[in-house]
Design a binder for this molecule. Structure first.
Ligand code: RUG
Length: 813
């Protein structure tokens, strides 16, 4: 596949790029400038494929999926693009010859952090798989000026800093001004009757110009380049001297401000909605722009709008983009002139919805007052959708008010976006088997009963190209040596590794790779945290967003417990362990931020206590993000997936650890259940209440944590240490909120699961000391990870929901 890479030409282009972009010879270029020059050279290689792909799509007039998502957590592009072009090694060599190290050049690129966590990263993995499998797709999102904030740690506390990711420009993007569209907000709706038909006209509105920027999404070794289209906002009316004269200056300023604020920043909330007016504006902004553009494109190739469902699916990633249902109705009726029934039939065969959580605080609901003021025409349409939907419910369940209450789109003065999505979609899917089951049996039970055929499961996945081939080259090469390279595009091939798991030489090689990756991470930790960690210790890792349900608090309480044992039980010993955390907390989430402080405070005490002889080290990795995640997953021995059962819809970090040979220490939650199914329960460390048990307690009003406090000395001890100054000598009350939350309600069952977690941790300690046994377990985790490729997930979406056809692209030279 490397045949078409012209190394000498590439080198020349890099040199020329430095000259034309920065007016310097390459010897004087900064690393950032070299990164830019290299990226532009790579982009040149991408462009022909990009054009060829879209020509092919148009020629075949293929069905396309529009993946609508407020978040795309892409990470860095350069390395991934080179991997998927299959040029990585060749470019590395070319740069070596120019005197540059590709890894160092890659490090100059800021992460494209247009997402919070799992949901946004899933969208990015899906784009990679769609292109690799040759499915026609657009990702549609927002070109936030500031992505996910950069996290600093100061005195143990999280501080947030703006992520100015575009400050040096983005070499891979292409601005497409020719595809700009107008998006309207506010005003009022006027009805005009022409020839016996009512026309709804929005007047007195403010508007912005939505301008798309396209980013290439490269398929692995197949010439396919799809598009991630992210929308920027510009003022429709620029300042002009005229405005002063006409008294329109204020209007021009307003429009400038509106445009600027809409795309200013990503809301940093994960699994929690902020309910801010600006957020709703962002949602409508990118949805209206994306849907308008999709319809215009459809009409270039198709005459009959009724054919839309045959050519387009809008996949709504969570409740965030679900205003798409009403926007599509508006376009079909107000612009295409269809009647309601016709428009509704098309809409409900074009839209599909993915649910990513059962947690009420994440399912968006908008006050009607706000919604109708900001989107008056859209609100009228939602009202009518609701009216008809409620009639349908009443028809099916006469006299049953509970059903209306549970399912209506408008209720209690609110617009319920999940209900709008379900009413307007032909498919509703959960993201892991357990999650979908809980949706069907509990959270969305009434909807499921009404239309069971609408529901389906699509267990999440991750791309092995980024999280193994790029992130862990040592292991990737070893696997390829053993079983060939088909796993890169068909991860189920990994199961061929099973024949090696008892082979001592292979075990040794596998564990040596892990060790090398641990050295790499230890170096990163030394450089970034100035903490020395021993790569021979067990690397026990919990990296993910900080959220109470994910229970980083359980992990750190257990560390405190181990430390107590080392200090007070002379006969107690343990294998050296490095507890590694990485997590951002939403800026306004006080308790989550306090947990970060606690982790750092425990680290301060434990890491500096020579008496425990380095048996425990605690490290909090600052600014956890996609680029350092790649280093972390490769180096992990143990994968902490310890959410309260039923709360983590799927998890995807769990899959990345597994792929890189780290057994799961976790609850039977989300996709952990399927991981255990694949690898066998003997190759994981499972503990805690089941989802059923948790939900039973919840139905019965919870449990009394004081029972545990009173009867469990180890628990009482660590709880007391939260308020006696052990970890806060300057302010013993600092962690009182955590103490109160655990002793009063413990809604996340941390104390309830504590003993069982500690027991599982002991099993890890013991198992790790059996070198061969551990190597086998680690290898089996990698060998059984095939199911968790996002290629498998996308094949299921494409066949069962989107009905897409694969396209082959060849480059005519
Ligand atoms: O919390 C869920 C994860 O369990 C899941 O793996 C991921 C992708 O499906 O989505 C996460 N999520 C859910 N992020 N935000 C939400 C709710 O808005």
């Amino acid at each position: 596949m490397l045949a078409d890479f012209d190394k000498e030409g590439f080198k020349k282009e890099v040199i020329t790029n430095v000259k034309t972009l920065f007016r310097k010879p390459i010897e004087e270029a900064t690393p950032q400038q070299v990164f830019q020059a290299v990226s532009y050279a790579v982009k040149d290689d991408i462009i022909d494929r990009w054009i060829a792909t879209h020509k092919e799509y148009e020629k075949k007039n293929v069905k396309t999926v529009y993946y609508l998502s407020m978040e795309f957590l892409m990470g860095r592009a350069l390395g991934n693009n080179l991997i998927n072009l299959t040029y990585y090694d060749a470019v590395k060599e070319a740069l070596d010859e120019l005197g540059f190290d590709l890894n160092f050049i890659e490090d100059q690129e800021p992460d494209a952090a247009l997402g919070n966590g799992g949901l946004g990263r899933l969208a990015a993995c899906f784009l990679d798989s769609l292109a690799t499998l040759g499915y026609p797709a657009y990702g549609c999102g927002i070109r936030y000026k500031y992505g996910m904030f950069k996290q600093g740690i100061k005195d143990g506390y999280q501080v947030e800093m703006p992520d100015d990711w575009l400050k040096d420009g983005n070499p891979f993007e292409v601005k497409r001004s020719e595809y700009a569209v107008e998006v309207k907000f506010g005003g009022y709706v006027r009805v005009e009757n022409k020839n016996g038909r009512n026309y709804f006209i929005q007047d007195g509105y403010q508007s912005v110009r939505a301008v798309p920027y396209d980013l290439p999404v490269i398929g692995y070794g197949n010439n396919v380049v799809n598009t991630l289209r992210i929308w920027d906002a510009e003022a429709i009316q620029e300042f002009c001297l005229d405005s002063f004269d006409k008294g329109e200056y204020e209007k021009a300023v307003e429009q400038q401000n509106l445009a600027k604020t809409i795309v200013e920043v990503l809301y940093p909330n994960d699994n929690h909605y902020a309910g801010k007016e600006l957020r709703l504006r962002q949602q409508y902004f990118f949805i209206s722009a994306s849907v308008q553009r999709a319809i215009l494109k459809f009409k270039e190739l198709n005459k009959d709008i009724h054919k839309l469902p045959e050519k387009v699916t809008f996949q709504m990633n969570d409740t965030h983009p679900t205003v798409a249902v009403a926007e599509l109705m508006r376009i079909l009726m107000d612009e295409e002139g269809l009647e309601w029934d016709d428009a509704w039939d098309i809409t409900t065969r074009t839209c599909a919805y993915t649910n990513h959580t059962i947690m009420a605080e994440a399912l968006e609901k908008w006050p009607i007052e706000l919604f109708s003021r900001l989107l008056p025409r859209i609100y009228q349409i939602v009202e009518e959708i609701n009216r008809r939907f409620v009639l349908k419910i009443q028809e099916m369940y006469p006299g049953n008010q509970d059903k209306v209450k549970n399912m209506a789109v408008l209720y209690d003065g609110q617009v319920k976006m999940a209900h709008l999505a379900i009413a307007g979609s032909y498919s509703v899917n959960g993201v892991a088997a357990l999650h979908t089951k809980i949706l069907e049996e509990r959270e969305l039970k009434d909807f499921y009963e009404m239309r069971p055929e609408q529901f389906n499961n699509k267990t999440n996945g991750i791309t092995q190209r980024r999280f193994l081939l790029h992130a862990n080259p040592l292991l990737a090469n070893w696997i390829t040596d053993k079983i060939g390279d088909e796993w890169i595009t068909n991860l189920s091939h990994l199961k061929k590794l099973k024949v090696y798991v008892n082979d001592e030489k292979c075990q040794h090689e596998f564990m040596n790779i892990k060790y090398q990756n641990k050295i790499r991470l230890a170096k990163y930790i030394k450089e970034h945290n100035n903490v020395d960690v021993d790569p021979r210790s067990i690397f026990d890792v919990q990296v993910k967003r900080l959220h109470e349900y994910k229970r980083q608090l359980l992990n750190i309480l257990h560390v405190m417990h181990l430390y107590n044992r080392l200090k007070t039980e002379p006969e107690f010993d343990m294998y050296p362990r490095t507890f590694i955390f990485g997590a951002k907390a939403s800026a306004g989430y006080k308790r989550a931020k306090l947990i970060i402080k606690l982790i750092n405070s425990v680290a301060d005490v434990v890491n500096n206590d020579a008496s425990i002889e380095g048996k425990i080290k605690v490290v909090f990795i600052e600014n956890y993000r996609v680029s350092n995640a790649e280093i972390i997953f490769a180096a992990a021995d143990v994968s902490e997936q310890i959410s309260t059962a039923s709360r983590e819809a799927s998890g995807t970090g769990n899959m990345k650890f597994m792929l890189n040979g780290a057994p799961t220490l976790g609850t039977m939650d989300g996709a952990n259940v399927e991981i255990v199914e694949e690898v066998g329960i003997e190759n994981a460390f499972i503990f805690g209440l089941s989802a059923e048990e948790v939900m039973k307690y919840e139905r019965e009003g919870g449990y009394n944590p004081m029972d545990i406090y009173n009867n469990n000395q180890a628990v009482r001890r660590v709880l007391t240490q939260l308020i006696d100054g052990t970890y806060a000598s300057d302010d013993p009350d600092r962690f009182r909120d955590l103490y109160d939350s655990l002793t009063k309600e413990d809604v996340y069952f941390i104390l309830k699961d504590f003993d069982s977690y500690a027991e599982a941790q002991q099993k890890v300690d013991k198992a790790y000391q059996d070198e061969k046994g551990w190597a086998k377990m680690a290898m089996l985790n990698t060998a059984c990870a095939g199911k968790f490729s996002s290629d498998r997930t996308i094949e299921e979406y494409a066949k069962e929901i989107w009905k897409l056809k694969k396209v082959k692209v060849s480059l005519d030279k």
